[in-house]
Write a protein that binds this ligand. Structure first.
Ligand SMILES: [Mg+2]
Length: 245
């Protein structure tokens, strides 16, 4: 593996999550199936019709659906199945998923698969005084949850102590927009030439490069293949160990 050097010292690293420090398949192959497996039991334990003045946290979440939906377990189940099968981005569904995933992490049934080279370099970089930030389209709450329950040899470890900040689309803007990266630079107060952004997504890498941030495309198993055009955008790495920083 060729190592990648930089002309100025790198003091801040901004990381994408899926396809970069964690497998891109985690959400699709682990989190979504876990939700589908768990939700029937969850819904069977609710009191119907759902009351919006309920004290139960899950009843409170689903009470944001209309009353015709929450009048019975059957109609609620059908509605959730419909949203999931059509991949509709519904905020109530997202809240329900977030709640169920949190319980899954807390019970130990879910563990976050952060790549080993990611874990060891997080530790190395922070021990050298560098700051590491996360920028993901998943919510900051979801980001912190993921890094709180990292699978290391089948035990969960909280890696949030190695992270100096979190950014998502609500704090900084969409990941393909160059302005999002200038927003982040302002927030972290580092110059672009001492900052490194890593992502599997070429459009994100381009947007960061537009701000003169050092930026590399990360190639991991399961990521979308890169075209010849993509490969002209920046250098690629397959492991964080290739970074000479
Ligand atoms: Mg990604």
């Amino acid at each position: 593996m060729a190592s990648i050097q930089f002309s100025t010292p790198i003091n801040a690293i901004i990381l994408d999550i899926e396809g970069t420090i964690a497998p891109i398949t985690f959400v699709k192959d682990v989190l979504f199936p876990y939700f589908l497996k768990t939700v029937p039991k969850t819904l069977s334990q609710l009191k119907y019709p759902i009351s919006s003045s309920s004290q139960d946290p899950i009843e409170l979440i689903v009470s944001n659906f209309s009353e015709t939906i929450t009048q019975s377990q059957e109609s609620l189940t059908n509605h959730i199945n419909d949203l999931v099968s059509k991949d509709i981005k519904d905020s109530t569904l997202k809240s329900l998923q977030g709640y169920i995933w949190q319980e899954g992490y807390e019970s130990g049934e879910l563990k976050a698969p952060i790549y080993a080279d990611g874990i060891s370099n997080l530790k190395k970089w922070t021990s050298k005084g560098k700051k590491v930030y996360i920028y993901s389209s998943g919510s900051i709450k979801a980001q912190k949850l993921l890094f709180k329950y990292v699978d290391i040899n089948n035990e969960t470890h909280d890696l949030n102590g190695y992270l100096s900040g979190y950014f998502d689309i609500t704090t900084s803007g969409f990941k393909f927009e160059p302005s999002s990266y200038s927003n982040i630079l302002k927030d972290i107060a580092f110059n672009p030439d001492e900052t490194l952004f890593l992502s599997d997504n070429v459009k994100e890498v381009k947007a960061a490069l537009d701000n003169n941030i050092n930026s590399l495309i990360v190639i991991r198993e399961g990521n979308a293949p890169l075209s010849d055009e993509d490969l002209k955008v920046s250098k690629t790495i397959t492991s964080f160990y290739q970074l000479d920083i």
